[in-house]
Design a protein around this ligand. Structure first.
Ligand code: PRP
Ligand code: ADE
Length: 178
């Protein structure tokens, strides 16, 4: 199925002033209610990564789990969960970060990656890049590396993809809103 940027964009709903005044929230729930659009998104990502050289998929809590788990299944890779604070039960590494509308801690199980592992990190959206950069820090603290950061949506004006690239992390998104 050929990727249709117009269709994907029309299925991402802008919601003004959520969760805070001034934020235009890009709501992906309509996209997930369209099996055809979801297939287009997943197939495009699979096509990009099926031959790529990486060992793990790393998915961001919570919306990143939606595509990360499908990709891990389809690409037959282990899935590492990067979760908000207090959700993972065993020993964790923790990293503070800021996003467009809040601040939090991101955690990963301390034994989830080893030296030499290479992670494709996945989220639904890149805004300031705070979430994915926290995951990058956690991955590096475990001695592993990053293949690329992938998202459905980039918001380039918020600078996240630029920040990631400046850190030497290649980024890829299927669509963008200026
Ligand atoms: C959103 C989104 C990304 C992050 C992007 O998650 O799903 O993870 O913000 O923003 P950033 O580039 O500025 O870090 P949110 O923290 O709202 O959590 P959710 O997925 O649980 O809704
Ligand atoms: N996460 C950070 N900024 C966001 C936005 N504008 N829309 C949806 N998710 C986001």
């Amino acid at each position: 199925m050929i990727f249709d940027d117009f269709t994907i964009k029309t299925l991402i709903r802008p919601v003004n002033d959520f969760p805070k005044p001034g934020v235009v929230f890009r709501d992906i729930t309509p996209l997930f209610q369209s099996p055809r659009a979801l297939r287009m998104v997943i197939d495009s990502l699979i096509q990009r990564y099926v031959e790529a050289d990486f060992s793990h998929v790393g998915a961001m809590d919570a919306r990143g789990f939606l595509i990360g788990s499908i990709l891990a299944y389809e690409l037959n890779k282990p899935l590492v969960l990067f979760r908000k604070q207090g959700k993972l039960p065993a020993d964790v590494l923790s990293q503070g970060y800021q996003t467009e509308y809040g601040e939090a801690f991101l955690e990963a199980h301390a034994d989830s990656l080893c030296e030499g592992d290479k992670v494709l990190i996945v989220d639904d959206l890149i805004a300031t890049g705070g979430t994915l950069l926290a995951a990058v820090q956690l991955i590096k603290r475990m001695g592993a590396g990053i293949h690329e950061a992938a998202a459905i949506i980039d918001l380039p004006e918020l600078g996240g993809s630029r920040r990631l690239q400046d850190m030497g992390i290649p980024t890829y998104s299927l669509t963008a809103f200026a």
